[in-house]
Design a protein around this ligand. Sequence first.
Ligand code: SF4
Ligand code: SF4
Length: 406
Amino acid sequence: MGPAMEYRRFGKTNEMLSVITLGGMRFKHGWDAPRDRLPKDALDNCIDSTRRAFECGINHLETAYGYMKSEHLFGAALKEIGRPREEYRVMTKGAPMTGEETRALVELQLAALGLDHVDFYGWHGINNEERLQAAVMPGGPVETLHRLREEGLIRHVGFSTHAPLSIILRAIDTGLFSFVNLHYYYFFQRNLAAVKRAGEKDLGVFIISPNEKGGLLWNPSDKVRSLCEPLSAIEFNGRFCLSHPEVTTLSMGMHAPRHFKQNLAILGGGENFSATDWPVQERMDAVWPGISNRCTLCDECLPCPEEINIPEVLRFRNLLNGFDMKAYGRYRYNMLEGKGHWFPGTFASKCTECGDCLPRCPEHLDIPRLLKETHRQLFSLPTFIGNRLSDFKSAVLEFVRKIISR
Ligand code: SF4
Ligand code: SF4
């Protein structure tokens, strides 16, 4: 029997959520079209995972229309498990672009989930200026979501984001949202100001993907592993996130019962950053000043005419040089140019050495040289091709599904 689950208030929604959320993005076969055909092994896995989550005290399930089968899997699993509805909370997300689309999409999602309401609905991916404007325009999707809230189909409206900090702050400041799903982890602290602003405005804060996008922490580099001892990298990072009182819950990426043990270990049984945890953070923090030509992620060098996401590329360089995080750097770097607004930017090899960015860098970094060096270290043709093939397969399956459903 491990430490008891902790519950925190999800900002102004006033809902008490478990600090660990069962996220539904990565269930077995979850990304295979069609969305409503559920292979038996996928459904069994979702039922077992959801049941295990409830047994552990997890009371928050998170999904999205964009996660293909996920809403249908959760819907079937919840029906099978039969847990009383008032004992758990459900978040789903979608990115309808107009008011009319919004109502139709939410009705479709509720049908897939087998629910008459969801507790939290997040507009999915306020990732840039254009999407922020589309979401919040008068008569647009967010306004319609609030109408659906008044009608009882949704209890609270929020948003998820992969945007630069300035856009996240503006979205929070619209006053239209009760919660925000964002990236913030030990290895990416750029959004601290957004976490703080959300806290000041009493928005609930949900951390996206702390283990995967937060550093592939189930398979850390030897250096990270040894710096984190006696904690695991997952434990350290989870407790680091929860040491911020503004943070309510973390979506840990568990998608099979075998993943629970290592993730539940983040529960400290009391204060989440204990006397044992602080020396780990001190050891980790001591690495940063020694990173040569360290980028501080200030964004001052942007925009680049070649659309290179300079701070993100140099963040991978920081992590490679400071923490030997080559697997993580390769995994993320080779996603560039393939994920649209979810992960914008071109490869660093596109740098023409025009020099525009140089006078804007307060650290006086030789940005073109550092970019080229990072590209040499992280670009991997097999990974690049593998990513494109899997995106292509998903696009083809979705296209076929649309044709069949016509
Ligand atoms: S020097 Fe390279 S990175 Fe800097 S602005 Fe020009 S193309 Fe972009
Ligand atoms: S201006 Fe310099 S320190 Fe700031 S993000 Fe760009 S490269 Fe990094």
